[in-house]
Design a protein around this ligand. Structure first.
Ligand SMILES: NC(=O)N[C@@H](CC(=O)O)C(=O)O
Ligand SMILES: [Zn+2]
Ligand SMILES: [Zn+2]
Length: 430
């Protein structure tokens, strides 16, 4: 099987390539990248005017299987991923039951191999049942192919226990993905603690809720030597602490979600739980710091924190609705519209934050378009303008604040191991 991609703008952060080339894919591998590939192929895609980037890798997805399949399944999550240009995704362990042992991790890995082409890596929980009391079988899960551990949904509040987990992770060579939230400081908060919270008479979440745990976890990374990856950074002080930690040589990486660099708490239109997520939408100063951090390399990764919930859950009051919004099918367009089109990031940096750097965090051979590498890639039209329509999502979750938003930049093809797994053409012709 040969696939020829003609005249796309090849963006490969691994090699620094940014130019118009043809690409020949054969047997799932990138065979040739050159100005004019002469070989014939079984299929040809005209990519003129489009970016060709390594397939996006999402370090932060909630697939909700096992146990919460009314919100999402592995299969619907994979379909949403493919539609969003993602070829590899990491599933967080806060399912029912929690993924805290090798058998449960293998269940997800095995099932995902049958339900779709998008590669799914299960992240293992740090503690049994995410109860924060006893460590899970970290070594066993790593043997089952888990690339990282995380307690996402909450922090491990017991620093002594977390330190033990970090030592184990460090010895096994895997990173810890940290959700930073001091639960004792949340006090029922649902949106950022500011003017908007006062206006809506809602309890607020301060920046300090995140910042104190970011500080703690960076210090724990320093003392244990573990690779610390900070999930969904949302505050200016998080950015500053990551910057200082990197300067000090502490092994820390950090991710930002598209909603956190696109919206501020001021954009919350009223009592709409599609604007309720954890961490919450922050202030303009925070958003500016996140964008600056992405641009100067302090923040390495763009991840979605895709958190699908059912309609009847999200339609509860602001106080009662669960935290979280979907993100797989809006991330690329928001990143392009808000960061690249506005001049904060170059197209090459977009590919870096959405593919190359996540691959480095996971330590997998992906995130590049170099000759000889696996042909996981996305063809993206930066000029396409359209309106986000949640009804068209492949995800079961329609919980997004971006429904009806006009954006620029659209995934036109997603290719995994040389096979087209999503094509916009097929979608619009249905
Ligand atoms: N981000 C959220 O608001 N919700 C996530 C949990 C999490 O990522 O912390 C979820 O699982 O729904
Ligand atoms: Zn989280
Ligand atoms: Zn999450």
């Amino acid at each position: 099987m040969k696939l020829l991609i003609k005249q796309g703008r090849i963006l490969d952060p691994a090699t620094g390539t940014d130019g118009i080339y043809d690409m020949l894919i054969e047997d799932g591998k990138i065979k040739e990248v050159s100005e004019n590939v002469r070989s014939t192929a079984d299929a040809t895609v005209n990519a003129a005017g489009c970016f060709v980037m390594p397939g996006f890798i999402d370090l932060h997805v909630h697939l909700r299987e096992p146990g919460l399949t009314h919100k999402e399944t592995i299969m619907t999550g994979q379909r949403a991923a493919a539609r969003g240009g993602f070829t590899t995704i990491c599933a967080m362990p806060n399912t029912k039951p929690v993924i805290d042992n090798p058998d449960r991790a293998s269940f997800v890995h095995n099932k995902a191999r049958h339900t779709g082409k998008v590669r799914v890596y299960q992240i293992g929980a740090v503690t049994q049942g995410q109860a924060g009391e006893k460590l899970s079988d970290i070594e066993g899960m790593v043997r089952a192919g888990v690339p990282a551990i995380s307690e996402d949904g909450k922090s491990v509040m017991n620093a002594g226990l977390y330190e033990e987990a970090m030592k184990i992770a460090a010895a096994l060579g895997i990173p810890v993905f940290a959700h930073c939230e001091d639960i004792t400081m949340v006090k029922g908060g649902v949106i950022n603690a500011d003017k908007k919270a006062n206006e809506l008479c809602l309890p607020g979440i301060t920046n300090a809720v995140e910042d104190v745990i970011v500080a703690r976890d960076i210090l724990l990374a320093k003392s244990t030597g573990v690779k610390l990856h900070l999930c969904h950074c949302s505050t200016r002080d998080s950015v500053q602490m990551v910057r200082q930690a990197k300067e000090a040589g502490i092994p820390v990486t950090a991710e930002v979600c598209p909603h956190h660099f696109t919206l501020t708490s001021g954009d919350i239109p009223g009592y709409d739980s599609n604007y309720k997520m954890n961490p919450p939408l922050r202030s303009r100063e925070d958003v500016d710091a996140l964008i600056e951090g992405l641009a100067d390399g302090t923040l390495d990764v763009i991840a979605t924190d895709h958190a699908p919930h059912a309609e009847n859950e999200k339609s509860k009051s602001m106080l009662k609705a669960p935290f979280g919004i979907v993100g797989l099918e809006t991330a690329a367009a928001l990143t392009y519209s808000e960061l690249v089109d506005k001049g904060f990031l170059t197209p090459l940096q977009m590919a870096e934050k959405m593919s190359y750097q996540p691959a480095r965090v996971l330590n997998i051979e992906r995130g590049t378009l170099a000759e000889g590498s696996t042909a996981d890639l996305v063809i993206f039209d930066p000029e396409a303008e359209y309106t986000i329509d949640a009804e068209r999502f492949e995800s079961k979750g329609k919980n997004t604040p971006f429904h009806g938003r006009k954006v620029k930049g659209r995934v036109v093809y997603t290719v995994i191991e040389g096979e087209i797994v999503y094509s916009l053409e097929d979608e619009v012709s249905i």
